[in-house]
Every structure is written in structure tokens, then in C-alpha cells.
Design a binder for this molecule. Structure first.
Ligand code: AMP
Length: 212
């Protein structure tokens, strides 16, 4: 199965861009963080295992991540946009063994800008849509545009947890940039630009690869 991948520090806009790309090319969007939070809310066996890990800002063990990836696959779809996966070298190797990776988009953003964005992020607890109280406000204050639910701050967007998550990014995930660059499938994208400008650049690359 063909796939595109989004990598980047927390707050770099992976979720937003992955959603836009998956809609425009009609691929399945797999956001591991959302799937894990859904398991926590539903209090499934997996959700109970991962709740503390997520709330502390640590990474969930690779085997549990593979389990959730496998369960979420919709084999009738044309392809997948992965968002928040892979985050470790073990996951990156699993990905290239199991999928045809067309391109990895690395959304580059300075750490201070990423932290500022996470601190102003709000999320819809019902449908998972992300907002930013400065740059991507909902139409009505604190209410989700999609489903009308009151927005919340994610538990792991609290300052102490943000710093752990950012540390995990530098310790584990940044190495994947080199891993995919060596395979010749990495595009580094400036994530400080406007959402639609970034989306246009990504869509152009994706369409070129799909039409070749
Ligand atoms: P996110 O919404 O992408 O920021 O993910 C929220 C949390 O889910 C992370 O802080 C991790 O605890 C967990 N998580 C998401 N994706 C992964 C992954 N690929 N590997 C391990 N843990 C993950």
C-alpha cells in the first residue's frame, strides 16, 4: 500500500497538513495520537495501558503502536497519510518494510515557535479537530466549527508535559530525518508559512509522485 508520512516537532502542523493532503488525494488519514486518545476515552484494554504514558508525554511502546496501525488499516483505500507515525527508528523500519513510502514531509519549525503553538492549541474532544486561539480560531469562541462541541486543552499540552514531548522528539524522532533522507524520500518543508501555502507545496509534490 502506498503512503505519505508527516514528521515534525509537536505543534508543527502535521495533523492539519495530513488532513488536507488526505482529503485532496483521497487517501486514508491515520493519526496515531487521535487513535490512541480514542482508545483512552473508550477505556479499552489498550487505552488503559497507554493512558498514563500519553498523559506523561512519553512514547507508547512500538508493539502497541503497530497493533493500532494494523487495526486501523482500511485495505480498500487507495493509500494512507500517516501522521505522528513513525516516531522511532524501529517504527521507521517497520514502515518501510510494510508500506511503499512515496514521500516523507518533514515540517520544520523552531522549538520556541512550536512550544508557543502548543500552548495556544485547543482541540475538540468529540471529533478531534485542532484549533489555535491565535492563528486558526473557531468561528464561535471555544466551540468546534465541525460538530459544535466545547473545545478543551489537551492534558498533554500543559507546559511540563510539552517539554517532555519535545525532548522525546529530539531524542527519538529527529533521527528519522536522516533515515529517510538517505533513502531519497525526504522533503523538508518550512512550517512557519501559512497553512494554505504549505498545503499547496505538499500537494504539488504529492501529485507529481502519484502521476509519475
Ligand atoms: P500526538 O497527538 O501526535 O502529539 O500524540 C500524542 C501522544 O500519543 C504522544 O505524546 C505519545 O504518547 C503517543 N503517540 C502518538 N504517536 C506515537 C508513536 N508513533 N509512537 C509512540 N507514541 C505515540
Amino acid at each position: 500500500m502506498q503512503c505519505f508520512v508527516f514528521l515534525g516537532i509537536q505543534g508543527s502542523g502535521k495533523g492539519t497538513q495530513a488532513e488536507l493532503l488526505s482529503e485532496s488525494i483521497n487517501f486514508q488519514h491515520i493519526n496515531i495520537g487521535d487513535l490512541l486518545r480514542e482508545q483512552v476515552t473508550k477505556r479499552t484494554e489498550l487505552g488503559i495501558k497507554v493512558q498514563d504514558i500519553i498523559e506523561r508525554g512519553d512514547l507508547v511502546p512500538d508493539e502497541l503502536v503497530f497493533e493500532i496501525v494494523e487495526k486501523s488499516l482500511e485495505p480498500e483505500r487507495k493509500g494512507i497519510v500517516f501522521d505522528g507515525f513513525p516516531r522511532t527508528l524501529v517504527q521507521a523500519k517497520y514502515l518501510v518494510e510494510h508500506f511503499e513510502v512515496l514521500q516523507v514531509f518533514f515540517l520544520e519549525l523552531a522549538e520556541n515557535e512550536a512550544i508557543a503553538r502548543l500552548s495556544s492549541r485547543r482541540i475538540c474532544p468529540a471529533c478531534g479537530t485542532n484549533y489555535n486561539i491565535h492563528s486558526n480560531k473557531p468561528q464561535k469562541d471555544n466551540i468546534c466549527d465541525v460538530c459544535g462541541t466545547e473545545l478543551i486543552i489537551r492534558k498533554d499540552d500543559q507546559p511540563e508535559v510539552i517539554s517532555r514531548r519535545v525532548k522525546e522528539f529530539y531524542d527519538q524522532t529527529l533521527a528519522l530525518k536522516e533515515f529517510f533522507a538517505k533513502q531519497g524520500i525526504l522533503s523538508v518543508i518550512d512550517a512557519s508559512e501559512k497553512i494554505d501555502e504549505i498545503a499547496a507545496k505538499i500537494a504539488a509534490i504529492a501529485e507529481r509522485l502519484l502521476n509519475r
